[in-house]
Design a protein around this ligand. Structure first.
Ligand SMILES: CC(C)(COP(=O)(O)OP(=O)(O)OC[C@H]1O[C@@H](n2cnc3c(N)ncnc32)[C@H](O)[C@@H]1OP(=O)(O)O)[C@@H](O)C(=O)NCCC(=O)NCCS
Length: 180
């Protein structure tokens, strides 16, 4: 059970929900240029409400089976202005998840990502996880600041780690041990 967390400006950090597809499509369209350097290349269909609603369904299935904790930042009027996703949850001797996030271009620099990542760590702890891993592009200083403020430590450089903006890119890897 994911109980929503209130962030600054009345923005709520909550689990993704059925019906979010249209607001997600609008958010990705609004932030197309902002996110392009940091994300995989997107197909034109990605920006449609239908595809986003299908993705919501897939995210909810992963939430139900315990392999992901997909969160959105939602304004009171319904606009989605960011996402935080804990994915690839592995239990057993690993108890690990991977973390990804973005914040609407208009709302950057107000501490929202720092607070939202803090909220995601709370949900990860509640899920009984031991560790969260995140990777940033080498020059993504803002994202590195967000992680360091949330107690993540650098664990190394992974060459050609993810295919971002059309090419395999080196990433700085970070981890947060949740008992610390
Ligand atoms: C990275 C991102 C999530 C940060 O969101 P945010 O809400 O602006 O983050 P916060 O306000 O909590 O903190 C960011 C900090 O980095 C600082 N910062 C911003 N740009 C910076 C830059 N180019 N170099 C160094 N620091 C920078 C901010 O000033 C802020 O620090 P401050 O509070 O001391 O001023 C947001 O910029 C984003 O969505 N970027 C595109 C997608 C992305 O990179 N996602 C992460 C992938 S790993």
């Amino acid at each position: 059970m994911i109980s929503p967390i209130e962030l600054d400006g009345g923005i709520e950090l909550r689990a993704i929900a059925r019906g979010d597809g249209a607001a997600l499509a609008a958010a990705y369209e609004r932030n197309r240029a902002h996110l392009a350097p940091w994300e995989p290349e997107r197909t034109p269909e990605f920006f449609s409400a239908t595809v986003q609603e299908r993705e919501v369904g897939a995210s909810l299935r992963r939430l139900a089976e315990g392999t992901a904790i997909p969160l959105v930042l939602a304004e009171p009027a319904g606009r989605i202005v960011g996402r935080v996703n804990l994915s690839e949850v592995v239990r057993g001797v690993f108890l690990n998840a991977h973390l990804g996030y973005w914040i609407d271009a208009e709302l950057q620099g107000r501490g929202l990502a720092t607070a939202a990542v803090g909220g995601a760590l709370h949900f990860a702890r509640r899920a009984g996880l031991h560790r969260v891993q995140a990777g940033t592009l080498v020059h993504n200083s803002a994202s590195q600041t967000v992680l360091e403020r949330n107690g993540f430590t650098r664990i190394g450089l992974a060459p050609r780690y993810l295919r971002i903006a059309g090419d395999w890119r080196d990433h700085v890897l970070f981890q947060r041990l949740l008992e610390d």
